[in-house]
Design a binder for this molecule. Structure first.
Ligand code: SAH
Length: 245
């Protein structure tokens, strides 16, 4: 799995980007299927990727309310958060490694760029870095949190903040008696492998991290950030705000 800083998605192997592109241009899309070695195959409704403020979960609505100054929407997808922020008068830049998504965002009037968050040559400064819909997932594995915080440090203007929502997926592995059925030697339980498929397009497998608040706080502290919980979501999820110490 290529998680390098130079990584961009190949358009022929970008199922989610193609689904976003189709839905934007035709008003409909085929099934976007999500596979993992850890779960049964699932479907991601493409309409979800085009949600409006009222359809967003509380943690995303709260994140939008907390955004200030110049905002970087990381892994912006269809640009649904960027659009709401722009309507509220904020200055927004959206980045995504999917050229198809970037094309759609530009058509929607968003200042979007095909940039990888981990790319060290991207050196602009922002007051808010927004990672919506478990956007910290792009880290893939906890061992990569160092890279995540290094990029954040590079991109943050003085006094800037990171806003991210994630979930504690420990409940998936918890038995009825409350004990956890996890392989401790296998690494952190929130590290999930995914593959997506849309029409005939199969994406490359990728690692996606879900991180509970305590683990996030511990790493944030280690890398020089203060981590505060802003709000709990409805299903083991939360919104956190991180600032430099
Ligand atoms: N934030 C959007 C989309 C979430 S899907 C929403 O809430 O609807 C995650 C997105 O992150 C995808 O569009 C994917 O292409 C993008 N992505 C994955 N890794 C990335 C990286 N390293 N840098 C920037 N974008 C990335």
């Amino acid at each position: 799995m290529d998680n390098s800083a130079n990584k961009r998605l190949e358009t022929k192997r970008d199922p989610m980007g193609q689904a976003i592109y189709d839905f934007f241009h035709t008003g409909k899309a085929a099934k976007l299927r999500v596979m993992s070695s850890m779960f049964y195959e699932d479907e991601m409704p493409v309409t979800t990727l085009f949600r409006e403020f009222d359809d967003m979960p509380v943690q995303e609505q709260k994140a939008i309310e907390l955004c200030r100054g110049r905002v970087l929407d990381v892994g912006a997808g269809s640009g649904c958060h960027s659009l709401v922020l722009m309507e509220r008068g904020l200055d927004v830049v959206a980045i995504d490694i999917s050229q198809l998504s970037v094309d759609v965002m530009r058509e929607r009037g968003i200042n979007a760029m095909n940039v990888n968050y981990f790319d060290e040559t991207f050196v602009e400064k922002f007051d808010t870095l927004l990672f919506a819909m478990n956007g910290i997932g792009i880290v893939g594995k906890v061992e990569r949190l160092g890279d995540f915080f290094r990029s954040a440090r590079r991109l943050l203007a003085p006094g800037g903040q990171l806003l991210l929502d994630s979930s504690d997926i420990g409940y998936v592995f918890t038995d009825d008696d409350g004990s956890m059925d996890i392989d401790l030697a296998a690494g952190y339980y929130g590290e999930i492998d995914y593959t997506m498929r849309y029409k005939g397009i199969k994406g490359e497998p990728f690692d996606w991290l879900y991180i509970d608040f305590d683990t996030l706080s511990m790493y944030a502290e280690e890398y020089g950030f203060i981590c505060e919980k802003c709000i709990d979501g409805e299903h083991y999820d939360y919104l956190a705000k991180l600032t430099l110490k």
